[in-house]
Design a protein around this ligand. Sequence first.
Ligand code: NDP
Length: 246
Amino acid sequence: MSKLARKVALITGGSRGIGAAIAKRLAADGASVAITYTKGADAAASVVKEIERAGGKAIAIQADAGDAGAVTAAVEKTVATFGGLDVLVNNAGTAVPKRFEETTLEELDRLIDINIRGVFVATQAALKHMKDGGRIISIGSCVGERVLTPGLVPYSATKGAVKMFTQGLSREVGSRGITVNNVQPGPIDTDLNPAAGDWATPQTAVTALGRYGHVDEVAALVAFVAGPESSYITGTNLTVDGGTNA
Ligand code: NDP
């Protein structure tokens, strides 16, 4: 029996990178999957096709994490399509890798809107539908706990907020058997943080394993947290960072 059979999962920002890997992995484990995206309609459609070709169920919904109405509508559409919502993965996020003093107010607002406000709004909307035993999983970052390289000041502050959001919310929904956890990746090779990019050298240098991670290495941890075997894990920050924060 598949671990997530008859479960429904919504992954925000699931058309590329870590979110796409999570969507494919949860679908492979038996979940019906909804993903959101902003601009990449083709990329989102190809994730859906790949899941369907493998025998799974998936839909893609355009919803900017910074647009509260669109995020709420995405949750409603997921529930209307698949008949419920068991797993929310707050993955949509962005970074502005530059020195803090050079970061504009517009860039700061966008980071806060997507990385924090978007998580709040999606989670509120999801909790309205989530039955006992549900899972709220956010993709924070290892820099939400420790910052070892320059250029990530407001980004790491938003991920620190995700960490405390996770810990606080776990206390409110635990009586419903809903777990709330924060998966904190280290440097993972994606469009947002390419292993060949300018910022990669210092990030690789502070890992214990001496390399960037692969999106599937994050998806594997998310799949465990989404599944039945993680039922006693809540309010915690699970790091998958190649030893960056060791
Ligand atoms: P990518 O930029 O590679 O992919 C981002 C995905 O999210 C795309 O599917 C994109 O779709 C979607 N997306 C971007 N902005 C929005 C938005 N405003 N609303 C909805 N969807 C959006 O990022 P990663 O896969 O690298 O990152 C995913 C998460 O992991 C983020 O929260 C990030 O902070 C976190 N993380 C990443 C690390 C890394 O090293 N890569 C390390 C630690 C944490 P579209 O193109 O259509 O907008």
